[in-house]
Design a protein around this ligand. Structure first.
Ligand code: F6P
Length: 319
């Protein structure tokens, strides 16, 4: 292994830059050449590849987004697209690739590995929806952004004695909603992994109101459905004034938290180590605070699951 490439793919997440920095510095520390590929797999097919040095990743550890830009590419999913990418890799002489992104991106990385270019995946997504790692890069920062918003919404909810539905991202996973609901003291948490009894939610709101509760906060994961539709139903059933806030893309931006910077640094460096040791077709992750790596196939076949104990606790604390 003499030359390696690095790219970011899929939805960006805070901490991706810290991961890029770790890959570049760790590789140079081990006397490898590193190439940054811009615009994910799309940029790879187009040959948007530049050599990186220590200075290329200076002053980025604290920045959100990704200096390598990101894209979702339909063309790369095709055989022709993958061949185009391989030609570009050969042209520069890159013999290993690090892909920072979500599991969609790892499917692309797996294809390239099968075609003779070892790839290592680094989990970067706010959704925390990847099996084989307890946390993904960006989840912690996003969670803190959500909590800041929940606290602010709570102030106005109290002043106006309203019920607020806060819709958060997460694609098909409920981790952001669950953790934010627990950290933000939500009355109810709706996540795609659990079927909630609508009547139970309504009864809980009414009970709280009868007890003199001035406001209620409900966290709803986007994977459950529209916050606005849910808000309409709640208002009709409870007769309580209800408002809906969809937090949207602020959840994906901002300076990464210390936790995400450390995680990104550790995972980025670990990915380089695997390539140096001649491995490919694997994702690095963290489980019980220990760095691990798993074959992509294992990551794809096992579903990421929510923490049951936390879910149960959220119910007990919001009676
Ligand atoms: O995967 C990250 C994420 O922000 C999801 O939470 C969300 O469903 C999706 O990306 C939005 O994707 P896009 O930016 O392509 O619309």
């Amino acid at each position: 292994m003499k030359k390696i490439g690095v790219l970011t793919s899929g939805g960006d997440s805070p901490g991706m830059n810290a991961a890029i920095r770790a890959v570049v510095r760790k590789a140079i520390f081990h006397e490898l050449e590193v190439y940054g590929i811009k615009n994910g797999f799309q940029g790879l097919m187009e040959g948007n590849i530049q050599k990186m040095n220590l200075g290329s990743v200076g002053d980025i550890i604290q920045r959100g987004g990704t200096i390598l830009f990101s894209a979702r590419s339909e063309e790369f999913k095709t055989e022709k697209g993958q061949q185009r990418a391989i030609e570009q890799l050969k042209k520069v002489g890159i013999d290993g690739l690090i892909v920072i992104g979500g599991d969609g991106s790892f499917h692309g990385a797996k294809k390239l590995t099968e075609k003779g270019f070892p790839c290592i995946g680094v989990p970067g997504t706010i959704d925390n929806d990847i099996s084989g790692t307890d946390f993904t890069i960006g989840f912690d920062t996003s969670l803190n952004t959500i909590i800041e918003a929940v606290d602010k919404v709570r102030d106005t909810a109290t002043s106006h004695e309203r019920t607020y539905i806060i819709e958060v991202m997460g694609r098909n996973a409920g981790d952001l909603a669950l953790w934010a609901g627990l950290a933000g003291g939500a009355e109810s948490i709706l996540i795609p992994e659990k079927k909630e009894d609508f009547k139970e939610i309504v009864d809980r709101l009414k009970r709280g109101h009868d007890r003199g509760k001035k406001h209620s906060i409900i966290l709803l994961a986007e994977g459950v459905g529209s916050g606005f539709d849910f808000g309409d139903r709640i208002e009709k059933e409870t007769n309580l004034e209800t408002r809906v806030t969809v937090l949207g893309y602020i959840q994906r931006g901002g300076s990464p938290s210390a936790t995400d910077r450390v995680l990104a640094s550790r995972l980025g460096a670990k990915a380089v180590e695997l390539l140096i040791n001649g491995q490919g077709g694997r994702m690095v992750g963290i489980q019980q605070n220990v760095l691990v790596d798993h074959p992509f196939d294992e990551v794809f076949t096992k579903d990421h699951s929510i923490n049951e104990e936390m879910y149960q606790l959220s119910k007990e604390l919001s009676i």
